[in-house]
Design a protein around this ligand. Structure first.
Ligand SMILES: Cc1ncc(COP(=O)(O)O)c(C=O)c1O
Length: 295
């Protein structure tokens, strides 16, 4: 058996940034789902992508779930969702007892087709939210999608789980819609072993997401919960890994872009495969150098 090649394995910094922050958590005994690393990771990631605020959570899936809740999605609501994606994009729609309606991709972006979305708005005018995915680090045609969501006054959630570090017209994916989500799962461009972040320019909604993520514990001297809550907060130890990884995000993106170009050059002679595109507005992180078989 040859050497096993992992899909996208974790890659800690050579400088040991992650370990220094993890050590800080140990030294201060903040081994909890709160603490300085959590606060700082939220601040640093939001600053990095250009969002007003972020909530550090236990996974990207949790972030999608809370985004749907913040968008007011509940029983029987229709939610439009990119069809070419990982199941974690769609699962939280079901957690909210809502109904996913899948929107096809276009050839140009491999992501949600604005034309198909427009048709879906005509068919389901009662739709409550849209989840658009930037798959494999490649941006969807986000301007067109934002415009349609604004026209129909429907909340837009960007699943940027795979696209941290990807730019669309010079702006980070995940910051165009009402809510953006990122994943730090072990296979992502940067990782915390497991974790996610919900970002938004609506700081009040992020504050509310943090509340739901900590079991919706009311501000009372005793344990009181007047809303349904979840245990979705990120651990302070894990957030330390995230802070360290964030320092080398740009390096990782450049490396992935190099690998993509290397494969493309080496395999471009083959008629039967086509590489994921790079559009005029894009600077993808090429988290995966995905191909499609045409022959
Ligand atoms: C497109 C997409 N959406 C959502 C998720 C869910 O993220 P997590 O694994 O952090 O829950 C992932 C990754 O796992 C993903 O690739």
């Amino acid at each position: 058996m040859g050497e096993r090649i992992f899909l996208s394995s974790p890659h800690m910094s050579d400088e040991g940034y992650e370990m220094a922050y993890v050590k800080e958590a140990f030294d201060t005994n903040w081994i909890a789902p709160l603490g300085n690393n959590v606060n700082m990771f939220e601040k640093e990631l939001a600053e990095k992508v250009g969002a007003k605020a972020g909530a550090a959570l236990s996974s990207g899936t949790a972030a999608i779930h809370l985004a749907l809740k913040a968008a007011g999605v509940s029983d029987g609501d229709v939610v439009f969702c990119s069809t070419l994606t990982f199941s974690a994009t769609a699962n939280p729609i079901i957690y909210q007892n809502a109904i996913p309606v899948f929107i096809d991709s276009d050839y140009k972006t491999w992501n949600m087709c604005p034309k198909a979305l427009e048709e879906a708005f005509e068919k389901y005018p009662e739709v409550k939210a849209v989840i658009v995915v930037h798959l494999y680090g490649l941006s969807a045609d986000i301007d067109s999608i934002v415009e349609l969501c604004k026209k129909h006054n429907v909340a837009l959630i960007e699943d940027a789980a795979e696209s941290l570090g990807t730019y669309y017209k010079g702006k980070h994916t995940g910051t165009f819609g009402d809510y953006g989500i990122f994943s730090f799962n072990g296979n992502k461009i940067i990782t915390t072993s497991g974790g996610g972040m919900l970002v938004s320019d609506q700081e009040g909604r992020i504050e509310k997401a943090r509340f739901w993520a900590t079991q919706s514990r009311d501000q009372a001297r005793h344990y009181e919960h007047s809303e349904l809550g979840f245990n979705y907060r990120m651990s302070n130890v894990v957030a330390g890994i995230g802070r360290g990884q964030l320092k080398i995000l740009d390096e990782r993106v450049e490396k992935k872009r190099y690998i993509y170009k290397y494969y493309k050059k080496a395999l471009s002679e083959l008629d039967s495969i086509e590489f994921m595109p790079e559009n005029e507005w894009d600077k993808p992180n090429y988290w995966l150098s995905a191909i499609t078989l045409t022959g």
